[in-house]
Design a binder for this molecule. Structure first.
Ligand code: PHE
Ligand code: CO
Length: 300
């Protein structure tokens, strides 16, 4: 069953987000195996021993860093991803994920356009790029690969509150598309789902922790985001985040902080239609701005 738009032509076309001069990575034809909703079979046979080794090393290094830096919900759910010493089969993950929260991981050839992306999320399907970075890109890659998508995003889909938030985001994205407000919503996604921090209060170890996938899948930014004195850390305000531009090729200069996934869910439940109007009228902010109205958790 495909819920995506009808795609005309031979095969779906790639999408590029952010400002990039390079062509998008990924093979969007795959011998006709990419469906109209941009999903495709995970090309497991294409992985080389070196690809599995890249995943194993990234997983090992990143999981060793998590204590004191990643939120408890993430640390608790990470083992549910399964195998650590090779790239997992998506079906193996779905055997646990679907019964837990009704979510499924689906393979895609790379970044996909907004409407199919939001449609998948609204149907509790998380698109995961199936290829992995090359050894020479081990430290840094701009576009999402299978390590970023699986390690960064999928553990929290086992958390019921976060899982519901992601579905609501998908439905909200389709609405934003109708309203011409995708860029505003993309900023909120960036500052929460990709680069969000949480002030963890309960549990045995309170403190600032990461929940955003872009942070959790990067060894450098995980330490930077949680421990560096350089960035600003502001309490999440949806309008404020939507007004703030972001950079895709450097550590963030501002992070937005939530108290809990319940708070994130509650802040994003209201109808954003009037908010988008306000954002349109308000001045855009650079990523290093702090304003008098901001609730500053820690000034950089
Ligand atoms: N409540 C938002 C709207 O009405 C949708 C949304 C939900 C956006 C969750 C982001 C996250 O548009
Ligand atoms: Co991501």
């Amino acid at each position: 069953m495909t819920q995506g738009p009808t795609v005309t032509g031979e095969s779906p076309s790639p999408a590029v987000y952010g400002q990039s001069d390079r062509p998008p990575r990924g093979d969007y034809s795959r011998g006709g195996e990419v469906r109209a909703d941009y999903t495709c079979p995970q090309d497991y046979a294409a992985y080389t021993a070196s690809d599995h080794e890249t995943y194993r090393r990234l997983y090992e290094r990143q999981s060793a860093l998590l204590t004191g830096l990643a939120c408890d919900e993430f640390i608790d759910a990470l083992p549910l991803l399964g195998v650590k010493d090779r790239i997992p089969r998506f079906e193996e993950i779905n055997d646990r994920l679907f019964p837990a929260t009704g979510w499924q991981v689906v393979a895609v050839p790379g970044l996909i356009p907004e409407v199919p992306f939001f449609t998948l999320l609204a149907n509790r399907k998380f698109p995961v790029t199936d290829w992995i970075r090359k050894p020479e890109e081990y430290e840094y890659i701009v576009e999402p690969d299978v390590f970023h998508d699986l390690f960064g995003h999928v553990p929290l889909l086992f958390n019921p509150v976060f899982a519901d938030h992601m579905q609501a985001y998908g439905a909200g994205g389709l609405k934003a598309h109708r309203l011409g407000a995708c860029e505003q919503l993309a900023r909120l996604y960036w500052y929460t789902i990709e680069f969000g921090l949480m002030q963890q209060t309960d549990g045995a170890n309170p403190g600032l922790r990461a929940y955003g996938a872009g942070i959790l899948s990067s060894s450098g930014e995980l330490v930077h985001a949680v421990t560096s004195d350089a960035p600003h850390r502001l309490a999440l305000d949806v309008l404020r985040a939507m007004r703030t531009r972001y950079k895709i090729d450097s550590y963030q200069q501002t992070y937005f902080v939530i108290n809990s996934f319940k708070q994130l869910f509650d802040l994003t439940t209201p109808d954003f239609t009037p908010l988008y109007e306000q954002v349109r009228k308000a001045e855009e902010l650079t990523p290093d701005t702090v304003q008098a109205a901001d609730v500053v958790v820690k000034r950089g």
